[in-house]
Design a protein. Structure first.
Lengths: 93, 407
């Protein structure tokens, strides 16, 4: 991972970005000036929990509890954080 | 209003994340992006404006506030999420505040695309309170002379003030600079200006030749060498700024070997409602012959998007002729731009002449040659003014038609 995501880190959505459920797309999206990204199921579940307060570790634990059948999701979650930080959808607080 | 609203890069950006990649299927597409061209009136007279040269006939029959609000609601139901409020200069309407409030209520990510003329403290505060998400300001050059020349107005100082006002209200600074012969040599200075203004995003939109910019093509087109140099400088600044300032460089298609995937495909993700209510799949679609476009006064947006013959005409690739039809790259660009094919070759279904595989590619080579021709270069620029537009409306179309048959 390029952005060295740590369990103690806290992230919030980047300024001027908005996260919302899109009925017509049946998915979560991130909106920002001149663009949009559609988040697939798992990615949406991660970003939904990013609120500027919860640590990465807490989000991992919460997702593990919410999806007990999903194996080895921690790696995916950290990968999602890494990508979202790299794309500047998230900012560290 | 500006070339930014041509939306290529916007659409590309949206589609990176979601490729609707639909074949000739009429119902699986969604108009993710709605562009509301609320008026064609404009205090600026930019020589590169893509608005129709006959815009003057659409300045007396603009949609009402209620009609705009209905259009916003209907488009949102169809899946529209990014809203551009453009023109002309949208601020010439006094109901933008109401439109912004409704857009926010509906869950749009809304963008006011403006020259800045008419933006006051009072109005920007109302936009902020109403939930407008961002403002895209057009800038023209770092020099007062070029700004005032190319827009045929004295607006340089005003633009600097407006940029400060946008920043001070906590908006992201989104700049759009249309690039042409008169400012392409100032790329470094333009990017430094953007940095000094605290730009978060800057779109360097190389002029594409539709509407007024097509009329003035020989006078506006830079050389290939200038474009290459501009791109090189852009890349240097990208490295320097990283994600602090996002720089979008909209490549000028005349210097490419392959055409752009115009609007990411006809009727795929983009829908425009014009000042008079016409519903279009792209900005300049009304130049195409033998087509009737839906109008919100007569048909709902759902019918326009899903059922109307106009929106279905060039969806997918069933309409293609050779050499596109059997081309292994046809999915990449869908044969390019129908309007450009028509405007340059007279055949809307032919390959975009930008493509080196097009039998009409010589038209592009000729245009590039023409732009180096001192006789053509020295022709007076025809600015986007009501007076000039009236001439086009009144049937003084000789010049326009001669462009259809270029060279």
């Amino acid at each position: 991972m390029e952005n060295n995501i740590q369990h103690a880190d806290v992230y919030a959505l980047a300024f001027h970005h908005r996260f919302q459920w899109e009925e017509a797309q049946q998915s979560y999206v991130i909106l920002f000036p001149e663009g949009m990204v559609k988040l697939h199921g798992g990615a949406g579940e991660v970003i939904k929990r990013v609120n500027g307060k919860a640590t990465v570790g807490e989000i991992v634990a919460d997702l593990k509890a919410a999806f007990p059948d999903a194996e080895g999701i921690e790696k995916d979650i950290l990968g999602m954080f890494d990508m979202a930080v790299g794309k500047a959808w998230l900012r560290k607080v | 209003m500006t070339q930014a609203s041509l939306g290529e890069s916007v659409v590309q950006k949206i589609v990176q994340a979601q490729n609707n990649g639909v074949a000739a299927n009429i119902t699986r597409t969604q108009p993710l992006w709605l562009l509301a061209e609320v008026t064609y009136r404009c205090p600026l007279h930019c020589a590169f404006c893509y608005n129709p040269t006959d815009y003057d006939k659409h300045t007396q029959n603009e949609l009402s506030t209620e009609q705009w609000i209905q259009a916003l609601r209907d488009a949102r139901k169809l899946g529209a999420i990014q809203l551009g409020i453009s023109g002309g200069e949208p601020l010439l309407r006094d109901d933008i505040e109401e439109i912004v409030v409704e857009a926010h209520k509906l869950g749009y990510y809304s963008n006011l695309i403006t020259s800045g003329v008419g933006l006051t403290e009072k109005r920007i505060q109302a936009f902020k309170d109403g939930g407008l998400d961002h403002i895209q300001l057009s800038m023209h050059d770092i020099t007062e002379e070029i700004n005032n020349f190319i827009t045929n107005t004295k607006t340089f100082e005003l633009k600097k003030k407006v940029a400060a006002m946008i920043k001070s209200h906590g908006y992201p600074m989104v700049l759009n600079v249309v690039i042409h012969r008169y400012n392409i040599g100032h790329m470094r200075e333009i990017l430094e200006m953007a940095d000094a203004l605290g730009a978060d995003y800057i779109e360097l939109a190389n002029t594409q030749y539709y509407g007024w910019s097509l009329v003035n093509r020989s006078q506006l087109m830079p050389t290939k060498e200038q474009v290459d140099e501009a791109e090189k400088i852009t890349n240097e600044f990208r490295e320097k700024f990283g994600s602090k300032m996002k720089i979008f460089f909209v490549v000028p298609d005349y210097f490419s070997n392959r055409p752009k995937k115009c609007m990411n495909g006809w009727g795929e993700v983009f829908m425009i409602v014009t000042a008079n209510g016409d519903v279009l799949p792209c900005h300049s679609a009304r130049v195409l012959p033998n087509m009737t476009f839906p109008n919100v006064r007569e048909n709902g947006l759902e019918w326009a998007w899903k059922e109307s013959p106009a929106f279905n005409k060039y969806r997918g690739d069933d309409w293609m002729k050779e050499p596109c039809r059997s081309c292994s790259e046809k999915e990449n660009d869908l044969g390019g731009c129908r309007c450009q094919a028509f405007l340059l070759s007279g055949d809307a279904e032919s390959a975009d002449p930008v493509c080196t595989l097009s039998p009409n590619h010589h038209l592009i080579e000729q245009a590039i040659e023409d732009s180096k021709n001192p006789v053509l270069q020295s022709q007076p620029i025809i600015f986007r003014t009501d007076k000039n537009s009236k001439k086009y409306v009144a049937g003084d179309k000789e010049r326009v038609e001669s462009f259809h048959a270029l060279p």
